[in-house]
Write a protein of this length. Sequence first.
Length: 342
Amino acid sequence: MKTCFKGCVLFSLFLLLLPIQVRAEETIITTGRAPATDNLVDARQQAVDQALNLALVKAVQTIYPYPDEITKEISPYGPDYIQNYRILHEERVDNNYCVQLEAQIDWERLSRKLDRRGIICPGNGEKILLVFNLPEGIDFKAQLLSFWKRFFHLFRLTPVYKESLNVRNASDYAFKQGIPFILSLNIAAVSGIEENSFWSVTFKTELTDVTYQDIVFQDVLEKKIPAADIETFIQMALAQTQILAYNIAPRLSNWLEKEKKRVYHFALIFTGISRYQQIFDIWQMLEKINGISQVCLKQASDKEIIYTGNYQGLIPDLVNQLGSLGFAVDKVKGNTIFLHKD
């Protein structure tokens, strides 16, 4: 196992609140401060550096509740994990120079760092469908989408979101589109408890592997949230989402690590092969794919060519590698992948 997360998580609500409006959903907004000396150029640069380090802290904190353990090690190289940033506001306030900026994190590089440190075991770019069902009249999808995109970028999974989907039709859509994973989050809330000072909230969460219908994570949590208004309710719900992410992260990491070690016996069925030489060209390509072993030609006809073999790792990763070789995947059924040449 890669990691055991430390027990009960205490954190600052300030760090958990997600910006309501951001230019890009994967960016992080932070503010840095530095003493305003006579040399304002140096003060400004110190404030920028602090804001960038805070952005790195917030990025790591998305999945790991003790970010200082990581960022202290990489903070001297912090700019290496920032792809770009833009300054939103800067001003001198009393004896400080303040800079607010929006940072674009190099999610893949940071993910590899977390992998090397044994914090997470990430995926290999597979897609994951995000599905949210929220209380009627309370819309904070933008904040949720921003948060979970960051979360899965750190796991090197590719988030996909489609507004019209719900929990009932998401599985069919994911299967037809070749999306191997689904995260569904269903939040139901009732207000008016104890003179409107509390909301009764149910969080239902499920992370599933579509191909094999494996449940990676599942949880139902009922809570009373103290909130006198909708804005406070949203803030508290987002804080609860962060706690949920801390619970999902080690389970997802351990599951990915276990699946990468599994060996699957697969069948690849190709259609549209028109030349005899293509049969052997494809065979040679398959032998070069990472994780494939004992590949052999099982059947060849004018309608389809079938290869079989063993693959160690995630089946969605095998699909990705086949796609990178120029093959289009028609469907995946169990350990059988149907393809044709583009």
